[in-house]
Design a protein around this ligand. Structure first.
Ligand SMILES: [Zn+2]
Ligand SMILES: [Zn+2]
Length: 345
């Protein structure tokens, strides 16, 4: 099969023929129809995750089951499926209680094993992790769910518990940030979007952000002015010391911050304004994807058309373009999600 492969950390990825994967026990092989490119793929390429080389990235996928391994009960060849980027083991106490997103024995396609920038991808513990795609939801919309959209949904609905009329500051208007804007609106929130890229802010406004701010402004002061004292909920969808601090300092007293963007300790551990967290009794929450068992509520909103993740897709590219884009993806000025169709050259 064809796949995007890199042989060294920060090495040039290339499209190459590699052996087809076989289904692990309890798992499946999926023929990839769409797979999103995300900043996490860049982090793996840049050496911020433990990966084995050579490596195939890709963790936001949707496709059709091509092979079923031994012991799989719920799935058959030909089923249309997607998967959370965190695949639980299916056996531990966390998986058994519906919290596979924090499974200590988790697999992540594109990190712990070869991922979905390929024609085929193996997935583990299929009965725990696969999610059926309803007929009215397309592959591209479903692929966007596995990481950024589901993470944003869990961050706002499951972790922060956004309610009608609350102010929500979203820092970063890339894939997860724009997902957060759309979801916060659907939950009745009033959104302030922050980004360094005016084009991304224009998309955020189209998706329902009531106000937009350039990241170069004094974000906490501007949010306090717009909201009369700060927002109820903040999301750092970028993952930087400045964006994390701006998000926390934009909250009103007793507000809730959700950290979604990764803060890898490559530049030293980030300084977080903990004095404000204590003095104003702020809640600081982490959000790490979403377990397959929590998908139906979100999938129903998508099937009804109340959430439309396909609106976040900026463009679709083939594997060759994906290989050249990956090394510069952290600085690429994208306004929305980049989708890969592995059937394209
Ligand atoms: Zn587990
Ligand atoms: Zn991702």
């Amino acid at each position: 099969m064809r796949a995007v492969v890199f042989d060294a950390i920060e090495g040039q990825p290339e499209v190459r023929k590699v052996p087809e994967p076989s289904a692990p026990p309890g798992g499946v092989v999926v023929r990839v129809m769409a797979t999103g490119m995300c900043r996490s793929d860049w982090h793996a390429w840049a050496g911020h995750d433990e990966i084995t080389l050579p490596h195939v990235p890709g963790h936001e996928l949707a496709g059709v089951i091509a092979t079923v391994g031994t012991g799989v009960e719920r799935w058959a060849v030909g089923d249309r499926v997607t998967v959370p980027f965190v695949c639980g083991c299916g056996r531990c106490e966390w998986c058994r209680t519906g919290q596979a997103q924090v499974c200590p024995d988790q697999q992540q396609p594109g990190f712990t094993h070869w991922g979905s920038f390929a024609e085929l991808v193996p997935l583990h513990a299929a009965d725990t992790n696969l999610v059926a795609i309803p007929d009215q939801v397309g592959f591209e919309a479903a692929a966007g769910l596995g990481c950024r959209f589901a993470t944003a949904y869990r961050a706002l609905a499951g972790r922060a518990g956004v309610t009608e009329g609350e102010w929500v500051t979203v820092i970063g208007a890339g894939g997860v940030g724009l997902s957060s804007v759309m979801i916060a609106r659907a939950l009745g929130g009033r959104v302030i979007a922050v980004d360094r890229n005016p084009a991304a802010l224009a998309v955020a406004a189209e998706l329902g952000a009531e106000h937009t701010l350039l990241a170069s402004e004094n974000v906490p002061a501007a949010v306090a002015d717009l909201t009369g004292g700060g927002s109820h909920v903040s999301v750092d969808a970028v993952g930087g010391e400045q964006t994390c601090a701006d998000a926390i300092l934009s909250l009103r007293r007793r507000g809730r911050h959700v950290q979604v963007g990764l803060l890898p300790p490559v530049d030293g551990h980030p300084r977080v304004p903990m004095a404000r967290v204590i003095g104003w009794e702020l809640d600081v929450l982490g959000s790490h994807g979403m377990a397959a068992v929590d998908y139906p509520e979100m999938m129903a909103l998508i099937a009804e058309g109340r959430l439309a993740p396909q609106r976040l897709i900026e463009r679709t590219i083939g594997l060759t373009e994906a290989a050249s884009l990956l090394p510069v993806f952290d600085t690429a000025r994208v306004a929305g999600m980049t989708m890969i169709d592995p059937r394209l050259p």
